[in-house]
Structures are given as C-alpha cells and as structure tokens.
Design a protein around this ligand. Structure first.
Ligand code: NAG
Ligand code: NAG
Ligand code: NAG
Ligand code: NAG
Ligand code: NAG
Ligand code: NAG
Ligand code: NAG
Ligand code: NAG
Length: 532
C-alpha cells in the first residue's frame, strides 16, 4: 500500500490545475527567478529509474540511481550565489502535493545531491529540494582560494535552495506552501541547525540527525585520533580487527549488561566507564589477543574528552561500544581522518601542509578561524522558538564518526544560553538518543526511525510512516497538530532487511531521560522499557 498522504493534506488542487502542463511551463517560469539557469523540467512517472550522468563520479556512493516512487515534475537548475560561486539544485514536485515544502541536506564535505532523500520525501507528498552544497564531488578542494564556495558549504547553499525552491513551488502549484520542513543527517544535521540559528523563518519543523555541530572541534577531534594512535610503526597503533574484536568484545563484557540485557547494545554509553587495562598482556602471554601498556593507554585516551591548551573542553569523549567494523579503518586509521585532511589543506592552511604534524596549537588555530561561523554552535535559538518552530534531533549512541556526546554538549549549551530547563526546551526542541545506532543508520540497535528510505524499502506503508515511529511524520504532526513526540519507536529488521521481518523494536527516549529495562519482561518488547 502506498500512502501518499498520511496526515490530512493541506492542499487540494483546483479543477483548473493541470499537472502535466504545469510541468511543461515551469522551466520558463523558474528562469525568471533572479540568478537562475534552468537545465530541464521533466515529467517523471512513478516507477521510473532515474540515473544521474551529470553528477561528479565521486557522488556515486551517495546516489547512482533512484526509482521514483510517485509521479512528479523534476526541475534541475543552477543558481549563482556570487560572481564566482553557485549551487546546482533540484526541485521534485509531486502530483499529489500535500501543501508541504521540504529541503534535504548533504553529508561530509560533499557536494552531492542526496537523491534518495528527495525520493523518500517527494513520495510523502512534500515539494522537495536538494542542492549540491556549492560544489560538485566529495572533496573540499574548491574551498581553497574561493571563500564564496566555502560560504555556500557553510550556510548559503542550504538557504538559497530553500528560497528558490519555495518560489518554484509557488509558481508550479499557483499557491505558496503551507508548512515547511527539513530532513538531514551529519553535515545535514549541521545544516538544519544552521538554518534554525541563522534563518529561523526557513522552516517550521526540522529533523536534524547526528548533527556535525561544534564543527571546527569535531574536525579537530576526528584528526586527533591520529595523534593518539599513530601509524602501523607506532607502539600505540591498533589494527582494525583488534578494535572490532578484542576491544569491542571487552567493552561489551564490561558494559553491555549495565542496562540489564546482553544484546550487544549499550543502552546509555554515558554509564560505561571502560577500563582497557583489563586487556594488558600478562607476562606469560604472547602479544596477540591482548594490548601492550602503550596500546591500553591509547585506548583510554580515545575514550577521553579532548581539551585545548588552556584546559577548555574542545570535544567530549568518544563513546565506548561504537566500534563499527565499516568505519574503524577510516576513523582509527593510519592516516589523519580524510575530512580533517581536506579541512586543514583547503581551509585552515594550504594543500602542502603536512597533516601528520597537526597538534593542539593547530587545532586552536582552526577553532579560532571558524569561517562563516561553521561551528554552528549558537546556543540562542529564541528567534526560531518564538515563531513556533520545532526541532527534532536524534543521535545514534554508537556513532563513532560524530560522538553523540557532542549533541548532549550542544543541548546543555542551549540550556545555559537560554536559561531553560529540559521541560521548557521540550516545547521547541527534542533530542532523542537512539541506542545501538551507528552514524545516521545501521548498527545493532532499533535504528530504523524513518530518517531514511531504508526501512521503507521503497514501500511507504502507514506503519513505516506512523508518527510514533517516524521522525519526519512526528515533526509534521508536532508542527501541524501540536502533538509533540515523547518517544520514537525504533525498528530493527532481521539483517536490516525489511522483507525478513522485524527482529525487535525499542522506544528511544528524549534527553535527558534514560531508557530503563524493567528486568522482567521480554527485552525485545518496547513495553519492557520506560523513560526515566
Ligand atoms: C556541477 O555539476 C553540474 C552538472 O554537471 C554543472 O552543471 C555545474 O556547472 C557544476 N557546478 C560547478 C560549480 O562546477
Ligand atoms: C544574485 O547574485 C548576486 C551576486 O552574483 C547576489 O548579490 C544577489 O544577492 C543574488 N540574488 C539573490 C536573490 O540571491
Ligand atoms: C552553473 O553555475 C556555476 C557556478 O556559478 C558555473 O560555473 C557553471 O558554469 C554554471 N553552469 C551552467 C550550465 O550554467
Ligand atoms: C494520489 O492520491 C490519491 C488520493 O489519496 C490516490 O488515490 C492516488 O492513487 C494518488 N496518486 C498517485 C499518483 O500517487
Ligand atoms: C609513521 O609515523 C612516523 C612517525 O611520525 C613517520 O616517521 C613514518 O614515516 C610514518 N610511516 C608511515 C608509513 O606513514
Ligand atoms: C599467540 O597466542 C595465540 C593464542 O592465544 C596463538 O594462536 C598464536 O599462535 C600465538 N603466537 C605466537 C607467535 O606464539
Ligand atoms: C511492502 O511492505 C508490506 C508490509 O511489510 C509487504 O507486505 C509488501 O510485500 C511490501 N511490498 C514490496 C513491493 O516490497
Ligand atoms: C543474516 O545474515 C547472516 C550473515 O550474513 C546470515 O548468516 C543469515 O543467514 C541471515 N539471516 C537470514 C534470515 O537471512
């Protein structure tokens, strides 16, 4: 069953509205918007497999092809943002429009339109936009010597595509959108908070996942693992298999049952005070299956907060239990983390800078530089709050790429800046800690929360769109009906495959509440847990 309209639609077309001819005339209409060049406007019937031959090849891992789930009009255009920069963007306009507008975001430093997110949201009846973040491809090279491209990455791409996208939406349907939303994760989470902070009128409801806020220090922190671990010839280096096996298993031995269930999920990693010294090789053992004292010291440092030269907290600790086999070799790598390399080469210093020499002094320079306020750490959200905007943020508790402790750090910063208790913050911002979720998706936990098309597998049922278990429809209901989400019911499919059925579900609590198992019921039933 395809549910195009879950919540009551806000728009009913007039008899005069003809979708096909609207799609034929939108190209010339949109060309009248300042600074735009329209590439094409195509009618796309449901079921069409779209390919993206014009995108940079490095974007193929984000989107190589995408099936359109509903009938839509696909408009692609260029918008210049200065005399030496611009964005490429798409607007997907559904035949069955609900009257809602939505913008998607990006990931990493990437200039890649996230077509899968456009497909997911247009199928729910949103008029949807996505942009290339001001440059094409995953590299940050174009930031070097062109601060306008950097400005697009920091704030201007996401804002420009909303301004232009809303105008195209109005031209197309002959009436403005009624409500406006955002869905993004990682850099997309940062972009969501950037608009909440700096363009509070852009959205009524924002879903900002695993946000890369405190961005400069996040990039420093991601680089500093190389300072701790070194490379294969360093006495402190630890190979990926030992992180994924030896160390991860030992963390679970020490901490998995703190929550009362041995299920590979540390429900609240804040409660895990991991002691890697338990793995130090005894004098009689050989060196496999254990750590040298130098390695144990490095592991302890990986799981410790990062301070600047003056003793101020730069970035909170990595959470134990987050060792995702697919990410270990890039995060606890022999080289400086790739995004940090690009940032220091193309923004902080120059392409010939030797990133292997990065130290705290350089991290301080990066923090102070903070171009266009990419930190995205403004704690005053009062402009967004006072116009009735709502933010739903979530963060996987097993995210090793962006520690979920960073979102707690930001939440507490908001609380102090605005002088608000959690019960007051709850009125406009709710933060859900998703146990056993890695970076934005995957992991051993009940991580399918409607943040991606994954759980729906191209099959949007009323169950997958249920606001009790879907972060996007939850924020729509909050904005339009005033019903705020108290919990988010996450789903774990067998082998993360929808067709194999549900393995278990668990409700995720909003911060600062903690999920507590009753220690008697079936731990796979959400009703055996409660938020305390
Ligand atoms: C990005 O790629 C699109 C599609 O190939 C192209 O039209 C656009 O000019 C490119 N933008 C930049 C800044 O190179
Ligand atoms: C159009 O581009 C120019 C610079 O090229 C910029 O100053 C102006 O603000 C842009 N207009 C809009 C509506 O973005
Ligand atoms: C799109 O805009 C970019 C940046 O302003 C420009 O370099 C490129 O030539 C434009 N492409 C087209 C096809 O207009
Ligand atoms: C549009 O919505 C109507 C009513 O909800 C439904 O009957 C129809 O199948 C939908 N059409 C498409 C193309 O999704
Ligand atoms: C490993 O690190 C050491 C010390 O910084 C350096 O001298 C050496 O070149 C590095 N080796 C590799 C393969 O990167
Ligand atoms: C070290 O011990 C492991 C088992 O603990 C064994 O499999 C391995 O062969 C030993 N290696 C050496 C070099 O003795
Ligand atoms: C869609 O999901 C429903 C319920 O899980 C299932 O019965 C149906 O087979 C799925 N359809 C497709 C095309 O995957
Ligand atoms: C799930 O994946 C594992 C490992 O790939 C495999 O052994 C198992 O058979 C799969 N289970 C099902 C039900 O397909």
């Amino acid at each position: 069953m395809l549910v195009g309209v879950l919540l009551s639609a806000l728009w009913v077309p007039t008899a005069a509205f003809d979708f096909d001819s609207a799609c034929h005339s939108i190209a010339s209409q949109a060309a009248s918007i300042e600074n735009t060049t329209v590439f094409f406007a195509d009618l796309v019937p449901a079921g069409t497999t779209l390919t993206f031959p014009d995108q940079d090849p490095s974007c193929a891992s984000t989107s190589s092809s995408q099936v359109a789930l509903v009938d839509m009009c696909r408009v692609a255009l260029n918008v210049s943002t200065s005399d030496r920069s611009g964005i490429t963007m798409e607007t997907w306009l559904p035949r069955n429009w609900t009257g809602r507008f939505l913008s998607t975001g990006n990931g990493g430093l990437a200039g890649c339109i996230q077509y899968v997110d456009l497909a997911y949201t247009v199928a729910q009846g949103f008029a949807t936009v996505g942009a290339n973040n001001g440059h094409n491809g995953t590299s940050g090279r174009l930031f070097f010597d062109n601060s306008d491209v950097l400005a697009d990455f920091v704030y201007r791409s996401i804002h420009t595509n909303v301004v232009v996208g809303k105008e195209i939406t109005r031209m197309f349907y002959g009436t403005p959108h009624k409500t406006s939303y955002y869905l993004g994760c990682s850099t997309g989470g940062r972009q969501g908070f950037k608009t909440v902070q700096d363009f509070p009128d852009d959205f009524d409801g924002v879903v900002a996942g695993s946000p890369a806020v405190n961005f400069n220090d996040l990039t420093n922190w991601q680089a500093h693992f190389h300072n701790i671990l070194g490379n294969a010839s360093s006495p402190t280096f630890i190979v990926a298999d030992e992180w994924a096996g030896l160390i991860h298993d030992n963390i679970l031995e020490q901490c998995d049952t703190i929550d009362g269930v041995a299920d590979g999920i540390i429900e609240d990693p804040n409660l895990c005070d991991y002691k890697p010294e338990e793995l130090i090789c005894s004098s009689s053992s050989n060196s496999s299956g254990c750590l040298t004292p130098a390695q144990a010291g490095a592991v302890r440092e990986v799981f410790s907060p990062m301070y600047d030269t003056r003793g101020k907290l730069m970035f909170p600790r990595q959470q134990p239990g987050s060792e995702n086999p697919d990410l270990i070799s890039s995060v606890y790598s022999e080289d400086v983390f790739s995004i940090s390399q690009d940032w220091f080469h193309f923004v902080v210093f120059n392409p010939s800078f030797d990133v292997n020499t990065l130290d705290l002094k350089d991290y301080q320079i990066a923090e102070d530089l903070n171009p266009f306020n990419v930190a995205t750490f403004n704690g005053d959200l009062s402009a967004f709050q006072s116009r009735g905007g709502k933010v739903l943020t979530y963060h996987g508790q097993a995210d090793m790429l962006i520690s979920p402790a960073d979102t707690e750090f930001y939440y507490q910063h908001i609380a102090r800046t605005m002088g608000l208790l959690p019960s007051e913050i709850d009125k406009f911002l709710r933060f859900f800690r998703v146990s056993g979720m890695s970076h934005c998706a995957t992991g051993p936990g009940a991580w399918e929360i409607g943040q991606t098309l994954a759980g729906a597998s191209g099959n949007l049922t009323s169950e997958t769109l249920d606001p009790e278990r879907n972060v996007l429809t939850a924020v729509v209901r909050w904005v339009e009906e005033g019903v705020a989400p108290d919990t988010i019911l996450g789903t774990k499919y067998v082998n993360d495959t929808t067709a194999l059925g549900v393995e278990f579900s668990r409700r995720h609590c909003r911060y600062p509440l903690r999920n507590i198992y009753d220690r008697t019921g079936d731990s796979k039933s959400p009703d055996s847990w409660s938020c305390k």
